[in-house]
Write a protein that binds this ligand. Structure first.
Ligand code: CUA
Length: 337
């Protein structure tokens, strides 16, 4: 349906300039990224329907305003104040009826799309989504947790989403799917991609300092390739040293959003040179960073917050496997040698 397109011909010629078309992206328009889900054409049709109504009435009202400005401008002769015209039932019906029909059409299209999006088909592939400041994690049916969302292309996928802290919003522009992720409850959304592609999961609800960096890689695989990916991914740490496992967890699970490994400051303390050091906590007590302290800091992050930092780290209780916790500890030891 993108044939009716958001871009008039004269703009299209402008947009064909390489720099701008890079901005617009392949297959997308000036307003919209490429369509990559079964919802997309429906959403775009409604968007452009409203868009062209706005363009039409903007032009009409502007033209009438300018026209009347000229027609009734002061010409120097004496102003004769005329009696107001008698009201016209016919005119009033026209200017009430046309907007009513337009708004009803928008309602019907929007409501049908909403119902469709709110009703996942039975048997869809289900992924649990957790949002927290400021990363996403995705738990697959076999218990594997990743910071990237991988789905089989051409099959319905349902997301069951919740938040550990504040309201976030799951958004993948190419899918035209956006849904709030709320603490203390589960929200659902579903989609079916039309082709394999790589995109980005954005957070579309302002949730604090690193909101704009709360992103995750999105990959829609060819279905056969998806099974192979899952098999590899679920056994990712096999054959790796604990420190390498830790370095990978650090990258994959969003630790790097707040903790540097090069001594630089951040939202949380750097992990460099920390193992074995003495720390002063928010309540004035002190302690040595050992295995138990690191483990506790991941599972009960508010228990002993280092002085000078806000208690903003979310808990990873139930979201890290023992191998991953041991890996982080080994990785931090390696950063302190
Ligand atoms: Cu999470 Cu914005």
């Amino acid at each position: 349906m993108i044939g009716i397109s958001g871009v008039p011909a004269f703009l299209k010629s402008v947009l064909s300039a390489p720099a701008i078309s890079a901005l617009v992206g392949s297959g997308g328009t000036f307003w919209m990224p490429p369509q990559r889900s079964t919802f997309a054409s429906e959403v775009d049709t409604l968007f452009y329907f409203i868009y062209w109504i706005c363009v039409f009435f903007f032009m009409l009202i502007l033209a009438l305003a300018v026209g009347f400005l000229l027609k009734y401008r002061r010409r120097g002769e004496e102003i004769v104040v005329q009696k107001s015209a008698h009201h016209s039932t016919f005119l009033e019906l026209i200017w009430s009826g046309i907007p009513l029909l337009l708004v009803l059409a928008i309602f019907v299209m929007g409501f049908r799309g909403y119902i469709n999006m709110a009703t996942p088909p039975a048997g869809a592939y289900e992924v649990q989504v957790t949002g927290q400041k400021w990363n996403w994690s995705f738990t697959y049916p076999n218990g594997y947790i990743d910071s990237e969302l991988h789905v089989p292309s051409g099959e319905p996928v349902t997301l069951v989403m919740t938040s550990q802290d504040v309201i976030h919003s799951f958004f993948v522009p190419e899918l035209r799917v956006k849904q709030d992720v709320v603490p203390g409850r589960y929200s659902r959304v579903w989609f079916e991609t039309t082709e394999p592609f790589e995109g980005t999961v954005f957070c579309a609800e302002y949730c604090g300092t690193s909101h704009s960096e709360m992103q995750a890689r999105f990959v829609a695989h060819d279905p056969a390739e998806f099974d192979r990916w899952m098999e590899r991914a679920a056994r990712w740490w096999e054959g790796m040293s604990p420190a390498d496992i830790g370095a990978t967890v650090y990258q994959k699970r969003g630790c790097q959003q707040c903790h540097s490994v090069d001594g630089m400051g951040g939202i949380g303390p750097t992990l460099q040179g920390v193992f074995g050091s003495r720390r002063t906590f928010a309540d004035g007590s002190t302690g040595t960073v050992d295995e138990n302290y690191i483990r506790q800091s991941m599972l009960e992050p508010r228990a002993k917050v280092v002085q000078g930092f806000d208690p903003v780290m979310p808990t990873f209780q139930g979201r890290l496997k023992e191998e991953e916790i041991a890996g982080i500890i080994a990785y931090m030891k390696s950063l302190s040698q």
